[in-house]
Write a protein that binds this ligand. Structure first.
Ligand SMILES: Nc1ncnc2c1ncn2[C@@H]1O[C@H](COP(=O)(O)OP(=O)(O)OP(=O)(O)O)[C@@H](O)[C@H]1O
Length: 291
């Protein structure tokens, strides 16, 4: 189990994270927040690439920085941008990394075959990676993170740039990997993790906002999410009085999904909150500039 205890991280005068407490057991955890919220900072601390300015991180009761290699032997990590050699085949690349990790060649070859099968790249083991799609490269990235059979697997925005089909494949793979290990994946895309994460972690204003199941996080907006149809001309006023989540134009009218706390109106339909609703609601200030 990993315990993050009262961890803060400063970059010079800038505070990236403040007083974060977290616990991770086995299973799949989705670290969900907009860009710049501090996901990579947390992940780099969990991977011992940077140290907390304050607080400690423990693995099974021991400080991970003190554990040093003992911890890293148990860790698989895929950074946001991972370096690979495009003229190498996946097999050559993984053999090279295995050698760096001190894994013997025979053992490495067996392991590499097994891993490339797991990430569905068996038919391209000897093909140069320069022809690979973004999804295929990310799967090579996962395979390299699994070389040492890690108890902990940490993936920083692994679905960036993937198409919907690759994302779906990724979700299956992650579910499979999380059966017998701790998997932490960071993303700003709700649908990447909504259906697969045991728990979602949300960070806002440098602090932990939620660490809970999707159902419990959604329940924070129970009774507050509605849909209705309005005339296009009413949209501006509607925006002033409600928090708009989405709008769709249909036959000259607008179907809007929105949040309203307080008395509702008869023509509004109350709908069950989705994780996307909570995301848009909680990060409405951060997301404002993006649309
Ligand atoms: N080395 C650094 N020096 C100074 N500020 C940094 C450094 N690394 C990150 N930051 C700042 O800390 C904040 C959190 O960055 P971080 O990369 O952890 O966010 P993130 O949620 O992972 O976003 P992204 O997905 O864009 O990487 C940002 O405001 C960022 O500019």
């Amino acid at each position: 189990m990993i315990v993050v205890k009262d961890v803060s991280k400063q970059y010079g005068d800038f505070t990236a994270l403040q007083n974060v407490d977290l616990e991770f057991g086995n299973g799949l955890y989705g670290l969900l927040a907009p860009n710049g919220a501090g996901k990579t900072t947390l992940i780099k601390m969990l991977a011992t690439l940077i140290s907390p300015t304050k607080g400690e991180i423990f693995y099974n009761g021991k400080n991970i920085n003190d554990m040093d290699d003992q911890y890293r032997e148990r860790l698989g990590y895929l950074p946001q941008q991972f370096g690979y050699y495009k003229n190498y085949s996946p097999k050559q690349y993984l053999l090279y990394l295995a050698a760096l990790k001190g894994i013997g060649k025979k053992e490495a070859l067996n392991k590499i075959d097994e891993l490339l099968e797991k990430v569905a790249l068996s038919d391209v083991v000897n093909k140069k990676m320069k022809k690979f799609s973004g999804g295929m490269i990310q799967r090579v990235g996962i395979a390299q993170a699994l070389l040492n059979d890690p108890e902990i697997l940490i993936l920083d925005e692994p679905t960036a740039g993937l198409d919907p089909k690759e994302r779906a494949r990724f979700r299956h793979l992650l579910t499979d990997l999380a059966r017998d290990r701790l998997v932490i994946i960071s993303t700003h895309i709700v649908s990447d993790i909504e259906s697969i994460a045991n728990e979602i972690i949300m960070i806002r204003n440098k602090q932990l906002l939620y660490k809970d199941s999707v159902a419990d996080i959604c329940a924070t907006l129970n009774g507050c999410v509605f849909e209705t149809t309005i005339d296009y001309g009413q949209l501006e006023d509607f925006r002033k009085n409600n928090i708009l989540l989405s709008e769709k134009q249909e036959y000259g009218q607008m179907t809007v999904r929105f949040i309203h706390k307080g008395n509702s109106e008869d023509e509004w339909t109350s709908v069950p909150p989705q994780l996307e609703d909570v995301f848009l609601y909680e990060y409405r200030d951060e997301l404002e500039g993006e649309n």
